[in-house]
Design a protein around this ligand. Structure first.
Ligand code: SF4
Length: 64
């Protein structure tokens, strides 16, 4: 399992994470990221990694 965390202080709402990984991330009413699934299994790992690697603010951390 991988634990997914978004640092709300870093997130500025580019939306890349929830566009690339809609099963793991969602948007709040301001366009900032919300974690939908805090503990992802292998079926969502690729999405979680895509979100982490494509966040320009390094706001997403994955704990393995
Ligand atoms: S890609 Fe990064 S900055 Fe953009 S909404 Fe997602 S967490 Fe926030």
């Amino acid at each position: 399992m991988i634990r997914v965390c978004v640092d709300a202080d870093r997130c500025v709402g580019h939306g890349r994470c929830y566009t690339l990984a809609p099963d793991v991330f969602d948007a709040d009413e301001f366009g900032h990221s919300v974690v939908r699934v805090e503990e992802v299994g292998s079926e969502l790992e690729a999405q979680a990694v895509a979100g982490e690697q494509n966040c320009p603010e390094q706001a997403i951390t994955l704990f393995r």
